[in-house]
Design a protein around this ligand. Structure first.
Ligand code: UDP
Ligand code: MG
Length: 337
């Protein structure tokens, strides 16, 4: 009888100052993975990979304690804070050589972790990508819900088709992940890239829960940065909008000139510098705004052209363990003389 080859699963969890939730989240994820292993749905060396995104609290110490207690837990530590998207990419890049399936989930488990077994099953059913989608965001603040809604609307308008209410809770098989890793973006906007990859995909809906401990690591400034990153890395609409505004201003100027010409012929002249100043300020403002928008794209090209490393890893216990397993036996052993 042919035995089924089990997939090796890595659950990637980005963590930034998550000491308050990490022990309980690790316990829950550990139990879920243990059940999957016992049910022979994934290999016994499947892992939970915590990516410490340069935390200032006891996050890394907690990861180390967890590792010492249970071989299911491993960790990757950044040299500093790079942001959630970079942490996810780093975790996925690290997991890729040793994983058939990867699942990314936030450390606070606001996104229902009990859907993980269903995601694994859906991979077995032939789906390469499973998107976790929040169909009830009542636990989010009014501000977060409304701004998120506007953001999805705007992105859709400018031609970037995101999965509404899907953030970074998703399952990817090896082939989907290999495709994702071909994107070498300085500021990756993963939820925008993944739907572009293709492959059979499906969605799993759930109610987003409130954070059980700790505070959100996404203040307004970070949310705005992520949203702008989504727009500028996926769309040229802002540059085209400049063309539109520029054309409108030129048209208005032509009309104004015609008007002034007619008034001059009729002997009417307007006194005062007020209107001139106002239009100067308006045009100056518009030009600066336009330069800013173009500058955003030029800046991104500049950053990308330098090919700087996207992140620096300080410690990587995950790769160490697997690389050691692979080289064991073939490794040069120092023979005592
Ligand atoms: N996170 C990160 N780096 C950051 C900010 C956040 O790795 O610079 C992680 C954080 O630890 C969590 C996830 O990203 O696992 C989502 O953050 P959070 O739950 O604070 O966001 P919210 O749910 O409030 O949008
Ligand atoms: Mg959260």
């Amino acid at each position: 009888m042919m035995t089924k080859k089990l997939p090796r699963l890595t659950i990637v969890v980005p963590c930034y100052n998550e000491e308050a939730v990490l022990p309980s989240s690790a316990k829950t994820l550990g139990e879920i993975l243990t059940k999957l292993i016992a049910g022979q749905q994934v290999t016994t060396d499947s892992k939970i990979l915590f990516v410490d995104d340069g935390s200032h609290d006891q996050t890394w110490e907690t990861v180390q304690t967890l590792q010492a207690q249970n071989a299911l837990f491993t960790g990757l530590k950044f040299s500093r804070n790079y942001g959630q998207e970079v942490a996810l990419m780093a975790g996925l890049r690290t997991a890729a050589p040793y994983s058939d399936l990867t699942i990314t989930i936030d450390a606070d488990l606001q996104d229902n972790p009990y859907l993980i077994p269903t995601m694994v099953q859906q991979a077995a059913d032939g789906f390469d990508i499973v998107y976790g989608v929040r169909n009830d965001r009542s636990s989010d603040t009014w501000f977060k819900r409304t701004t998120a809604q506007r953001f999805y609307w705007l992105m859709n308008k400018i031609g970037v088709h995101l999965i509404p209410n899907h953030a970074d809770y998703r399952m990817m098989t090896r082939c989907a992940l290999t495709a994702l890793l071909r994107y070498h973006e300085t500021d990756p906007f993963i939820r925008g890239i993944v739907p572009q990859l293709g492959f059979p995909s499906t969605k799993l809906y759930y109610k987003r829960r409130p954070r059980t401990a700790g505070v959100s690591k996404y203040p307004f400034s970070k949310m705005l940065k992520l949203a702008l990153n989504g727009i500028f890395s996926f769309s040229l609409v802002p540059i085209r909008a400049i063309m539109g505004v520029g054309s409108l201003v030129c048209l208005a100027a032509l009309v104004a000139f015609g008007w002034l010409g007619i008034d001059a012929l009729r002997g009417i002249t307007t006194a005062g510098v007020g209107p001139i100043m106002a239009s100067l300020w308006l045009l100056g403002g518009l030009q600066l705004m336009a330069l800013g928008i173009i500058g955003e794209y030029v800046g991104r090209t500049f950053a990308q052209s330098k090919h700087r490393p996207a992140f620096i890893v300080e410690t990587d216990t995950y790769s160490n363990e697997f690389a050691q397993k692979i080289t064991e036996g073939t490794r040069f052993q120092h023979q005592p003389s």
